[in-house]
Design a protein around this ligand. Structure first.
Ligand code: HEC
Ligand code: HEC
Length: 615
C-alpha cells in the first residue's frame, strides 16, 4: 500500500479532527511499515559515502565523468540518465532499489569492468541505503513517485539437460542473437563493430562463451534475468513478453553449454590454469595438418590483463584470455594459441616496439585532462579517432569504418577466414607473442614479466597477423618475428636465434595461431622433457589500436614437457623392473637376516626415500 492510500484510510476512519488522528495512528505505523519512504535515508550521509568511494569514477555530479573515467571501458555509469543495465524490471522501467543495492554489493562483472563489489566491511547496510537514495537523487526520473518499478517473475528453472541446451541453439538462431553475438556466441556478429551505447561510446558485445565475464552474473537465473529485461542504455534488448520463459531458459542453457554446462552454483567458473602440458607426439609436426596432432593436447586457459605498468598503458584491452596447447617430439615443439576477437584485423602492421603517442600515454595517467589540452579532443581520443601526433584528422565513424560503408553485410565479415579482404584498412593489425626467458632461470628468479629486464632477457615469438600465412592447407608457411626484450623500452630484433614457423587462422570469431620451432636451440631456450619452462603471452587487438606496449599480457605461467618415456611399453619395463625388484627383495631379506642375528632389538628398517619425496 502506498503512502497516500494509507493516509486516506486513516482519515476516513474518524469523523472529526482527521489530521490529529492521522498523526496519532498513521505516522508511527507508516514509519514501521515503510521506513524507506518515510525518509529514513540521509542524503548527506549518502553523499559522504559517494564522495569517498564512487566519485573518482562516477563524477561528483554523478555524470560518469570522474577523473578516472576516460581510461575506463566501459565508462562508469552516468547516473543522471536513470539508465541501469542490471535490473529485475522490464525494458523501459527504472531499476528497483534492490537492483541498485545488488550492483554495489556484487559489482558489475569486475574485474572485466572497473565496477568493483563493495562489501559490508566498506559500506554497511544503513550506508548502502543512504547511498542508493543519493544515486537516485542524481536523476529526475526517480522523482516521479508513480514511475513503475515492477520486478518480473523468474519461474523455476527446468533441470539443465544437454538436449534442452541443444534446443536452445535453435531459439538462439531464430531470435537473431547472432547478428550481434556471432554464430557461436563469441561476440563477433556482423554488427558488433558498429555498436554504441546511449552515450555514444563504442560498446563491446558480450562473449557468450565466457559467462564468468558477465556484468549481470553468470548463474542460470542471472542470465535468464539479463535476457528478459535487457540492458538499458545499450543495444542489448530485453525479451520479456517477446519469448516464452521456456525459450529463455533454453537459450540460457545453450549459452552455458558453450562453456561445458553449469556446474556447482548453477554456473561455470573461469577454468583458468597455471600450467600448460606439452604432450609427446610420434609423428613429425606438419603445420598443415596440425589440428589432428593438437587434438591430444589439453588446452590451458590463461587470463590476460591490460598492460598498465609501463608507458603505453591499456586499462581494458579487448582480449581477456588465451587458450594454449603444446605438442612436441624429439626434433620440434609447437604451440597453438587461440583467443576470441570480434574481427580479424589483417591490414596494417604491428610490432612489440611500436611507440604509443604521448597523448595516449598522458590520457592514461591523467584521465584525459592533459590529452584534452594537447589534442583538443575528448574521450574519442582514447579510441584513437581524434587528432594524432601527425595532426591528421579522422572522424569517429571513419575509425569504426562500418557505419559509413553502408551496411556491412555477411559478405563483409561473415566468411571469417577471408576477414582481411574487404575490411576497411586499419593502421594496426592483430598480433600475438609467446614469451620465454632466453636462458632457463637459475632458482626462482624469472625475468621481469613485461618484456624482460637487462639482466634477464626474454625471447618473443611474435606473429604479426597482417603478415603471417592464413592458409595452412596451401602449405604456405611464414616465419614468425623473433625479438629479444631487455625491458619494454629495449626491444631488439633477434637475428641470431632459431626462427619459429607460424600459421594462423580466423574462424567464427576465433584466432588460432600455431608456432613451431626446433626443440633444441643454439641461441635461445631448449625444451627438455620433464622440465618446467616459464611461458607468458601478449595479444594485440588492432581494432583497438593496440601495438607496442598497449596490449593485453599474462603473468608468467609454466610449460611442463611430459617425459618421452611413457609407461606404455609395459612388458619391457615390467621385465626390467621385475628384475630389479627381485634383487631388492633378496637384498632386504639378507639384511633382515643379518640384523636378526646381530641386533635382534633394533626395530626400524631404513625407510627408502622415493623420487617423489625428494622433488
Ligand atoms: C574504479 C571505478 C569505479 C568505482 C570506484 C565505482 N564504480 Fe560504479 N561503475 C564503474 C563502471 C566502469 C561502471 C560501468 C560498468 C558497465 O557498464 O559494464 C559502473 C557502474 C555502476 C552502476 C550501474 C549498475 C547498472 O546496473 O547499470 C552502479 C549502480 C554503480 N556503478 C555504483 C557505484 C557506486 C555506488 C560506487 C561507490 C560505492 C561505485 N559505483 C564505484 C566504475 C566504478
Ligand atoms: C543489437 C545487438 C544485440 C542483440 C540482437 C542481442 N544482444 Fe546480447 N548484448 C549486446 C551487447 C552490446 C551486450 C553487451 C552489453 C554490455 O556489456 O553492457 C550484450 C550482452 C549480452 C549478455 C551478457 C550480459 C552480461 O551480464 O554481461 C548476454 C547473456 C546476452 N547479451 C545474450 C543475448 C541473447 C541470448 C540474445 C538473443 C536472444 C542477445 N543477447 C541479443 C547486444 C545484443
Amino acid at each position: 500500500m502506498r503512502r497516500p492510500d494509507l493516509l486516506r484510510e486513516a482519515a476516513a476512519g474518524s469523523g472529526c479532527a482527521p489530521w490529529r488522528l492521522v498523526r496519532r495512528l498513521a505516522v508511527p505505523s507508516l514509519l514501521l511499515l515503510l521506513p524507506s519512504v518515510a525518509g529514513a535515508q540521509d542524503l548527506e550521509r549518502g553523499k559522504a559515502v559517494y564522495d569517498k568511494y564512487c566519485s573518482q569514477c562516477h563524477g561528483e555530479t554523478g555524470d560518469g565523468k570522474g577523473i578516472a573515467a576516460s581510461r575506463l571501458r566501459p565508462e562508469p555509469r552516468d547516473f543522471t540518465a536513470g539508465k541501469y543495465k542490471v535490473r529485475m524490471t522490464p525494458t523501459g522501467q527504472l531499476p528497483t532499489d534492490q537492483d541498485i543495492r545488488n550492483a554495489i554489493r556484487k559489482g558489475l562483472g569486475f574485474p572485466y569492468t572497473a565496477m568493483p563489489p563493495f562489501d559490508r566491511g566498506l559500506i554497511d547496510d544503513a550506508e548502502l541505503d543512504d547511498l542508493v537514495a543519493y544515486l537516485k537523487s542524481f536523476s529526475s526520473a526517480f522523482a516521479d513517485p508513480d514511475a513503475q518499478r515492477q520486478p518480473i517473475d523468474i519461474p523455476a528453472p527446468p533441470p539443465y539437460t544437454p538436449a534442452g541446451a541443444e534446443a536452445g541453439r535453435e531459439v538462439y538462431e531464430r531470435t537473431g542473437c547472432a547478428a550481434c553475438h556471432g554464430n557461436v556466441g563469441r561476440g563477433d556478429g556482423f554488427s558488433a563493430p558498429t555498436l554504441r551505447d546511449d552515450w555514444g561510446q563504442p560498446i563491446r558485445v558480450a562473449d557468450l562463451t565466457k559467462p564468468w565475464t558477465f556484468r549481470g552474473g553468470g548463474r542460470r537465473e542471472d542470465i535468464f534475468r539479463t535476457m528478459s529485461t535487457g540492458f538499458a542504455g545499450t543495444p542489448m534488448p530485453g525479451f520479456h513478453g517477446a519469448l516464452p520463459p521456456e525459450d529463455i531458459w533454453a537459450i540460457t542453457d545453450y549459452m552455458l553449454s558453450l562453456s561445458g554446462g553449469p556446474q556447482e552454483g548453477d554456473t561455470v567458473e573461469a577454468p583458468y590454469a597455471n600450467v600448460v602440458r606439452a604432450v609427446v607426439v610420434d609423428q613429425p609436426i606438419d603445420l598443415a595438418a596440425a589440428d589432428e596432432l593438437f587434438a591430444a593436447a589439453p588446452p590451458a586457459l590463461f587470463p590476460l590483463l591490460g598492460q598498465i605498468v609501463e608507458p603505453g598503458r591499456d586499462f581494458y584491452p579487448s582480449v581477456v584470455e588465451v587458450a594454449v596447447q603444446a605438442i612436441y617430439n624429439q626434433d620440434e615443439i609447437a604451440f597453438r594459441v587461440s583467443w576470441h576477437d570480434m574481427r580479424a584485423e589483417t591490414t596494417g602492421h604491428n610490432a612489440p616496439d611500436l611507440p604509443v603517442p604521448s597523448w595516449e600515454e598522458q590520457l592514461a595517467e591523467t584521465g584525459g585532462a592533459a590529452a584534452d589540452e594537447e589534442s583538443g579532443g575528448d574521450e574519442d581520443d582514447f579510441w584513437g579517432v581524434g587528432t594524432e601526433e601527425s595532426g591528421e584528422e579522422e572522424s569517429a565513424d571513419d575509425f569504426w569504418g562500418v557505419e559509413e560503408s553502408g551496411g556491412a553485410g555477411d559478405d563483409f565479415w561473415g566468411t571469417g577466414d577471408e576477414g582481411g579482404a574487404t575490411t576497411p584498412d586499419k593502421e594496426f593489425s592483430d598480433a600475438v607473442a609467446i614469451q620465454f626467458p632466453q636462458a632457463m632461470p637459475q632458482g626462482v628468479v624469472k625475468p621481469y614479466f613485461i618484456f624482460g629486464d637487462a639482466q634477464n632477457p626474454v625471447d618473443l615469438w611474435f606473429a604479426d597477423l597482417g603478415k603471417v600465412a592464413r592458409d595452412p592447407a596451401a602449405a604456405e608457411i611464414t616465419e614468425a618475428d623473433l625479438w629479444t626484450g631487455r625491458g619494454s623500452a629495449a626491444m631488439t630484433p633477434n637475428d641470431a636465434g632459431d626462427v619459429p614457423e607460424v600459421v594462423a587462422r580466423y574462424q567464427e570469431g576465433e584466432w588460432s595461431v600455431v608456432f613451431k620451432r626446433k626443440r633444441r636451440s643454439r641461441g635461445g631456450l631448449s625444451f627438455n622433457p620433464s622440465t618446467f619452462v616459464p611461458i607468458a603471452f601478449s595479444v594485440w587487438d588492432g581494432f583497438n589500436r593496440e601495438r607496442g606496449n598497449k596490449r593485453a599480457l599474462s603473468a608468467w605461467f609454466d610449460l611442463y614437457l611430459e617425459p618421452f618415456e611413457r609407461p606404455n611399453p609395459l612388458p619391457a619395463m615390467a621385465k626390467a623392473f621385475g628384475g630389479v625388484l627381485g634383487l631388492e627383495i633378496l637384498l632386504i631379506a639378507f639384511v633382515r637376516w643379518r640384523r636378526r642375528r646381530t641386533a635382534p632389538a633394533s626395530a626400524d628398517a631404513a625407510r627408502p626415500a622415493t623420487a617423489y619425496e625428494s622433488s
